[in-house]
Design a protein around this ligand. Structure first.
Ligand SMILES: NC(=O)C1=CN([C@@H]2O[C@H](COP(=O)(O)OP(=O)(O)OC[C@H]3O[C@@H](n4cnc5c(N)ncnc54)[C@H](OP(=O)(O)O)[C@@H]3O)[C@@H](O)[C@H]2O)C=CC1
Ligand SMILES: O=C(O)C1=N[C@H](C(=O)O)C[C@H](O)C1
Length: 267
């Protein structure tokens, strides 16, 4: 039985994760962690998902719950994720990280933990998006050089980071397949007299509105035709179930290291 703690338990993904854990065999929710100013502090975790009492008191003290046989699933904000990672490493626990929006320095800090604990880090835990990464690498190898490549993403109005972690993963997959560094060819904004499109760049466009769960398109546009590879998520359960799968995978005695969702899925 894999023991799991959910941080950011009162967030959109926190609640989806609790539902997914309760719905999955051989995993057990042992803790739900929120910020100290949360209205849910000291209530029962079941209240977060309308399930009555689960006998798990919501806490703001992650450290007190940690031990070496526990996996933390964290979908919060970068600064909080890094704090939770330090606590998990000190307790020899494992970690599944879904948070996006890390800057370069925060990303380097996250990566520095790879020799301290086993962790999975992915901008998207859906099976479909991780399959899409494979399709993108194939398309980039075949038509990448002869195409103008654009990544378009759409999310709900509450999302705080842009472009999405998934859009960046898709850009990295395409750039990597073409032996390029994304940061050297990415164009993240256009306004005013921009001049003609520069060959070899990868453009990013962001849409925010309503309750869109998560939609991504990578367009390979050339003279006379274009190929679009598209993924649409219609439920947060697709991410939550993937993250629980990653937690179960880590629980199979995985060595310290930084793993991707593609590693978990065996792609
Ligand atoms: N990898 C993937 O598959 C997916 C990744 N995500 C990513 O997950 C993250 C969370 O998304 P979502 O659930 O929609 O966001 P929410 O804002 O709904 O939830 C964020 C949670 O983190 C908590 N939090 C914020 N700041 C801190 C802090 N300093 N310390 C501890 N906890 C904190 C929030 O508490 P409070 O509300 O009290 O501030 C809240 O519980 C985002 O980065 C998003 O991009 C989302 C979906 C899928
Ligand atoms: O914030 C979200 O909601 C999502 N964030 C992730 C991202 O930034 O790619 C994954 C998913 O698209 C939903």
């Amino acid at each position: 039985m894999q023991k799991i703690i959910v941080t950011g338990a009162d967030g959109r993904m926190g609640r989806a994760l609790i539902e997914a854990i309760l719905d999955t065999e051989n995993v057990q929710l042992i803790g739900a962690v929120v910020k100290s100013d949360s209205p849910y502090l000291a209530k029962d975790a079941g209240e977060l998902v309308g399930q009555g009492s689960l006998g798990i008191k919501i806490t703001d003290n992650l450290e007190a719950l940690l031990s070496s046989d526990v996996t933390v699933i964290d979908f919060t904000v970068p600064a909080a994720t890094l704090q939770h990672l330090a606590l998990a490493a000190a307790a020899s626990a494992k970690m599944v990280i879904g948070t996006t929006g890390f800057n370069e320095e925060q990303l380097a800090q996250l990566q520095s933990y790879q020799d301290k604990l086993p962790m999975v880090f992915a901008g998207n835990y859906s099976v479909g998006v991780n399959l899409t990464l494979q399709l993108l690498r194939m398309a980039a190898k075949i038509i990448g050089q002869s195409s103008d490549i654009e990544v378009i993403e759409a999310h709900h109005k509450h999302k705080v980071d842009a472009p999405s972690g998934t859009a960046l993963m898709m850009g990295e997959a395409v750039a990597g397949a073409m032996n390029k560094e994304l940061k050297e060819c990415a164009v993240f904004s256009r306004e005013g007299i921009t001049g003609e499109r520069e060959n070899g760049t990868i453009g990013f466009s962001t849409i925010r509105g309503g309750d869109i769960v998560g939609e991504h398109t990578v367009m390979f546009a050339s003279e006379g035709e274009r190929v679009e590879i598209n993924h649409k998520a219609s439920s947060r359960q697709t991410f939550a179930r993937g993250a629980v799968r990653a937690a179960t995978w880590l629980g199979q005695d995985k060595a310290r290291g930084l793993y991707s969702m593609e590693d978990v899925l065996g792609f």
